[in-house]
Design a protein. Structure first.
Ligand SMILES: Cc1cc2nc3c(=O)[nH]c(=O)nc-3n(C[C@H](O)[C@H](O)[C@H](O)COP(=O)(O)OP(=O)(O)OC[C@H]3O[C@@H](n4cnc5c(N)ncnc54)[C@H](O)[C@@H]3O)c2cc1C
Length: 274
């Protein structure tokens, strides 16, 4: 993380800066990147070069769309500054190039102001057609897309499907104060994605909202046992985060302990697909 300019609302960031560092640095100024992907470990360089999306994308686009310029280390050893006006072809082609055009060593991104809390509504749908129609009306409706749903403002949209006839849209809006709700904490016993079924309204601090998926990186923390009540009590909170799960998965990929157990139990081999 190189610099935050709170007046211009921009940040200068090195390619390998994780979103966790980036968010901590910008929140200190009451600002956040326009799009913050799900996991703390994702880097700005990775999200721009490999693309990204999250719950503000319906109004802010993808992470690369808030990059205003970048310094790229090219194959001939030069560092080239690319923007809409300098080396504009490299600037336009860089997103989704997976590092094949060069390596972004420094990026300047736009930031937006935050409020202390995000108030959430989990709206249930019995049919995916109904959910898709609601997404369309929130994202496409009116001159200012995403401004409201059922009379409440919408600044964040994401969705979770438990089965074809049980899906939820989570609609969030900025809130300056907590109101009647106490902010929830899903780094302890409670599990965020389960709460979506159990309660229709919720409140999170902005930081907890941005990292709501990181503790129970849904298909991963369960597979590693972190959602089992006993294991959860024994597993220190500071180690329930995506970089720890990444390391455990890397160890499994290297040594195959779970795969051996599966073979002994007569279970078929698992293929991990993201
Ligand atoms: C479990 C999981 C959950 C995810 N959830 C989300 C999500 O919620 N939202 C979202 O947007 N995405 C999500 N992603 C996707 C993720 O954002 C992309 O895979 C992203 O590209 C990963 O970035 P990384 O920093 O891990 O980079 P890597 O995976 O290390 O790199 C991605 C690609 O970019 C290239 N690259 C990396 N840094 C640079 C650089 N500085 N200059 C040039 N090329 C570079 C690499 O060579 C590689 O080709 C998720 C991925 C996983 C595995």
């Amino acid at each position: 993380m190189l610099d935050v300019d709170p007046v211009a609302r921009t940040a200068d960031v090195q390619g390998m800066c994780t979103y966790e560092r980036l968010v901590d640095a910008t929140l200190a100024h009451g600002l956040m990147p326009l799009v913050v992907p799900q996991l703390k470990t994702i880097t700005l360089g990775g999200a721009v070069t490999g693309l990204g999306i999250e719950s503000t994308s319906f109004r802010n686009g993808l992470p690369h769309e808030s990059v205003t310029k970048l310094d790229v280390l090219t194959g001939d050893g030069r560092i080239v500054t690319a923007s809409a006006t300098e080396h504009a072809d490299l600037f336009a082609a860089f997103p989704n190039s997976y590092g094949s055009l060069g390596y972004a060593v420094r990026l300047r991104i736009e930031l937006e102001p935050v409020q202390p809390y995000v108030a959430l509504r989990h709206v249930r749908f019995d049919s995916l057609d109904g959910l898709a129609a609601a997404v369309e009306s929130i994202c496409m409706g009116g001159e200012q897309p995403g401004r409201e749903h059922d009379g409440e403002p919408v600044h964040f949209v994401d969705g979770v499907m438990f089965s074809p006839d049980e899906s939820y849209l989570t609609l969030g809006h900025w809130s300056a104060d907590a109101g009647p709700l106490r902010p929830s904490n899903y780094t302890g016993d409670q599990i965020y994605y389960r709460s979506i079924r159990d309660r229709s309204r919720d409140l999170l601090t902005v930081r907890d909202y941005l990292w709501r998926w990181d503790t129970d990186w849904f298909w991963c923390s369960a597979a590693l046992g972190a959602q089992h009540p006993v294991a959860r009590r024994l597993w220190p909170v500071r180690y329930r985060r995506s970089d720890v799960y990444h390391r455990l998965v890397a160890l499994e990929n290297r040594w195959g302990a779970m795969a051996r157990l599966d073979r002994l139990r007569g279970r078929p081999a698992r293929e991990r697909v993201v």
